[in-house]
Design a protein around this ligand. Structure first.
Ligand code: AMP
Length: 287
């Protein structure tokens, strides 16, 4: 496997593979890999000639009081894990390599970014779109792999790809969980033993709220039920816990095909997110 750090090296590898007509799959990550990332890479391996992974903790998607500096990083460990699932190339650039200039031209996420994480993390999705647009231009992937764990991110990137005609097909992988139901996340390492034991309550609350909504059709009652479970089971604070229509991220109505039930919860200082997507009519959900 090839670990590269510069755009010049990346351009050369992409050109060579494009000239040979190879199908390129891209897995964008911020590193500190876990089974969620590795599942994306495994699917990419099955569907492409060349699998490329970016590992870049993107500063422009972190707010001033967020965890950019302390975000876990371990390229050596990531390299071994990525190799174990057949990644061919890791692109791990520095911040200076990715953002040498600021020409003042930005991509701004739209209405979909005004809710959920976008409401509590202003400009987060602008930063996500900035880095994802750059990665798409750099890698020119046929397929790009993202996780439903970040359902709002997926919805917003889908909109950018559609509206700006990026020649890439997005492939979305379900949420990968620990055995007790906690969604895998690089941020789980921040949790103390007590917090870690409490964290599966987030997923339990979402599952009960989903069942309540399916049974009663009462959105508010289902949300209150889930919030009570979260508050009773963990020492923390709910940032949001809500139902929205997916992928447009507007209010649920009688016409809503797919529902996103999403939560962000602070356990101590750690902010964790999770979600479930389902159809009110019992049809299989899609992302
Ligand atoms: P991150 O490194 O957190 O930016 O995540 C990189 C990619 O992995 C994103 O597309 C995430 O949605 C995806 N991902 C992270 N955690 C999970 C998970 N538990 N299950 C599925 N995908 C995930």
């Amino acid at each position: 496997m090839n670990v590269i750090h510069t755009i010049e090296e990346l351009r050369a590898i992409i050109l060579e593979n494009k000239q040979k007509g190879k199908r390129i799959g891209l897995v964008p990550t911020m590193g500190f890999l876990h089974e969620g990332h590795l599942t994306l890479a495994t699917q990419a391996r099955a569907e492409n000639d060349v699998v490329m992974m970016s590992i870049f903790v993107n500063p422009t998607q972190f707010g001033p009081n967020e965890d950019f500096a302390s975000y876990p990083r371990d390229l050596q460990r990531d390299t071994k894990l990525a190799a174990s699932v057949g990644v061919d190339v890791i692109f791990a650039p520095s911040v200076e390599e990715m953002y040498p200039h600021d020409g003042g031209i930005y991509i701004r996420a739209g209405q979909q970014a005004t809710v959920l994480c976008g409401a509590s993390r202003p400009s987060h999705f602008d930063g996500v779109l900035q880095v994802v647009a750059k990665l798409f231009n750099l890698f020119q992937p046929d397929f790009a792999y993202f996780g439903q764990k970040d359902a709002q991110q997926v919805a917003i990137i889908q909109t950018m790809v559609r509206d700006y005609n990026f020649p890439v097909e997005l492939r979305i992988i379900p949420v990968i969980r620990e055995e007790d139901g906690l969604a895998k996340s690089s941020r789980n390492v921040y949790l103390s033993a007590t917090e870690r034991a409490q964290a599966p309550a987030i997923q339990q609350a979402l599952q009960l709220a989903k069942q309540e909504l399916m049974a009663s059709g009462n959105v508010e009652q289902s949300i209150q039920l889930a919030k009570r479970i979260v508050e009773a089971n963990l020492e923390g604070k709910t940032d949001y816990l809500t139902f929205l229509s997916y992928p447009d991220l507007t209010e649920v109505t009688a016409e809503t095909q797919q529902v996103l039930l999403a939560a962000a919860v602070y356990i101590g200082k750690t902010r964790l997110i999770d979600n479930v997507i389902f159809s009110l009519k019992g049809e299989p959900a899609y992302v």
